[in-house]
Ligand binder design. Structure first.
Ligand code: UDP
Length: 442
């Protein structure tokens, strides 16, 4: 732990699991560097302050769906109070990049604002290219062109573009274009990625944005002792430790770990194809079935009766797992995931090959990187079908293709370990971030 700096940073995470984990890991890193930390959290998905006794917490009465104008007002009031109350000077606000309304609020209080991008640099490049994609006619996406390449963003296909099908396209494009401007008005962006993984996307961002860029990931590896406790304490659902005991009884690299994170949802038909594909693969599997994963179901009801019993202990099902511990377990051989950014990054850090089944927004671009750029996983390109699941599991776990994938992800894992050590790219970038924050203090 470095000497206290007598300076305070205010962090404002988006209250979703995949956003909270990296923001809290970043908070631990910056606290370790000597800054005092205040976290503003919303009543929706609020955090438990007692699990972070070294931070100060302020809860604001905001629901995720609340209108932006009232959220801005509540945030402005909270920040103004914190700025006048604090014994230590507040140096800057670090907010989730998607919280674009923080820009005018911070500006009105003359508070420098740094952004945390919790997803990949590559998908950020894709978002920044939206005006061009609109101009070239890639957007709005036409169903007849899904498999065509996006020449300007190789190796993306049109179907991989980070669109949000639940939102009106015009409003969405406007929001994304606005985000670019609000990002440009910030004092820098922190990325949970590293140069050896995303060097070319980071170079593109540096060229296009005239603000400092700090790739300092993988956060959870920079500071393992603090972050293993932080990932369980920032977990909104309780992590079922029974899976570690079950993994202890499995052969090395034999288990398929399956989890689709905190938001993605699938249909009952897809769920059943998954169940049969996993059962027919003849491999043991650990499956996170989050309540709400299957549209219209509470939990396991769609499984045929006797399905689990027939597998004779070859399957273990939990509602939520201690994911980082699971991935680090020697019994895990492959991670079938939805490619929310934390999942592939955590998988790379443990050298676990992936099966990709992206569901929404940036997940498709992340999956394309996993399968076609780093070549450390295979995608289920044609939806969820039991036969394809079986074939893909076999390719990764038994065939030569899997051996090559394992070799490549092992090399990436080594690079992830090196970049956070003294002299490594993320280590240096973190030093740069600390200097940058200190330079904001007038
Ligand atoms: N996670 C977990 N237990 C689970 C599934 C996920 O602790 O059973 C954690 C995982 O380690 C990751 C986060 O939840 O840090 C999910 O983030 P991701 O970006 O992968 O997906 P999202 O939930 O944002 O779609």
């Amino acid at each position: 732990m470095e000497q206290r700096k007598g300076l305070r940073l205010i962090l404002f995470p988006m209250p979703l699991q995949g956003h909270l984990n990296p923001m809290l890991e970043l908070a631990n890193l910056l606290h370790h560097k000597g800054f005092s930390i205040t976290i503003i959290h919303t009543q929706f998905n609020s955090l438990n302050p007692s699990t972070y006794p070294h931070f100060t917490f302020h809860s604001i009465p905001v629901a995720l769906s609340q209108a932006e104008a009232s959220t801005s007002d509540i945030l402005a009031e909270c920040l103004a109070r914190l700025l006048s109350d604090n014994h230590e000077p507040v140096t800057c606000l670090i907010s989730d990049l998607l919280f674009h309304f923080t820009q005018p609020v911070a500006e009105s209080l003359k508070l420098p604002r740094i952004l945390l991008r919790i997803s990949a640099a590559f998908s950020f490049v894709a978002y920044a290219a939206f005006p061009l994609l609109l101009e070239k006619g890639y957007l709005p996406i036409q169903d007849s062109r899904l498999e065509e390449p996006v020449i300007e963003l190789p190796p993306l296909k049109i179907k991989d573009l980070p669109v949000l099908k639940t939102m009106d396209p015009e409003k969405y494009y406007e929001l994304v274009s606005g985000l670019k401007k609000e990002t440009e008005a910030s004092h820098g962006i922190i990325f949970n990625t590293f140069e050896d993984l995303e060097g070319s996307s980071l170079a593109t961002i540096r060229q296009e944005f005239n603000i400092p860029i700090f790739p300092i990931g993988p956060f959870h590896k920079c500071f393992p002792a603090a972050s293993s406790s932080s990932s369980s304490s920032s977990s909104l659902l309780s992590q079922d430790q029974s899976c570690i005991r079950w993994l202890n009884s499995q052969a090395p690299k034999s288990v398929i770990y399956v989890s689709f994170g905190s938001i993605a949802a699938i249909s009952e038909a897809q769920f059943l194809e998954m169940a049969w594909g996993l059962a027919n693969s003849n491999q043991p599997f650990l499956w996170v079935i989050r309540p709400g994963l299957v549209h219209g179901s509470e939990w396991l009801e769609p499984l045929p009766s006797g399905f689990l019993e027939a597998l004779n202990g070859r399957a273990h099902i939990v509602k939520w797992a201690p994911q980082k511990e699971v991935l680090a377990h020697p019994a895990v051989g492959v991670f079938w995931n939805h490619n929310g950014w934390n999942s592939p990054l955590e998988s790379i850090c443990e050298g676990v090959p992936m099966i990709c089944m992206p569901c929404l927004s940036d997940q498709m671009a992340n999956a394309r990187c996993v399968s076609d750029v780093w070549k450390v996983g295979l995608q289920l390109e044609h939806g969820i079908k039991r036969g394809e699941i079986e074939r893909t599991v076999r390719k990764i776990m038994v065939e030569k293709e899997g051996e090559e994938i394992r070799e490549r992800i092992f090399q990436l894992m080594e690079k992830a370990n090196v970049c956070i050590k003294q002299g490594g790219s993320s280590y240096q970038s973190l030093e740069g971030l600390v200097k940058h924050i200190l330079s904001l203090e007038k």
